[in-house]
Write a protein that binds this ligand. Structure first.
Ligand SMILES: [Fe+2]
Length: 130
């Protein structure tokens, strides 16, 4: 990615972003590389859990909602100030994708489901607007 400062090797086929339009049922799909944890120097020995950023747009860019999807079982959840800034454990769990064997493609890719709910009692936690 442009501006990348980490010395780890880069995949030249990975652009760092993707875009999808949901179908009539609100479903979407991405095929990508599963990210790893990365150091972010926010505090001593600070690591972000593996995650993927999502921006959800309505009918215009002004209706943008931003969130992050995490992978199940990550040992860094308890150490991540962003994840822990959500006080309710059930709400935190709504940011964790579900492994779904039916979405897995043999010898190609694991499958995870991440339902983004934009409003209501089970809404996905979104980042605050600044
Ligand atoms: Fe990130």
């Amino acid at each position: 990615m442009a501006g990348e400062r980490d010395p780890a090797p880069l995949d030249p086929n990975f652009t760092g972003a993707g875009r999808a339009i949901t179908d009539a049922d609100g479903r979407y799909q991405f095929t990508t590389i599963k990210p790893g944890a990365y150091p972010w120097r926010n505090h001593d020995n600070a690591w972000r859990p593996a995650h993927i950023h999502f921006s959800v747009f309505g009918s215009s860019f002004r209706t943008r909602l931003v969130t992050q999807m995490y992978f199940p079982g990550d040992p860094l959840f308890a150490h991540d100030p962003i994840m822990q800034s959500i006080p309710d454990e059930r709400a935190r769990q709504r940011l964790v994708a579900r492994f779904d064997l039916s979405l897995t493609r043999a010898e190609w890719a694991l499958g995870y489901a991440f339902d983004i709910v934009v409003r209501g009692r089970d809404a996905t936690p979104f980042e605050e607007r600044r």
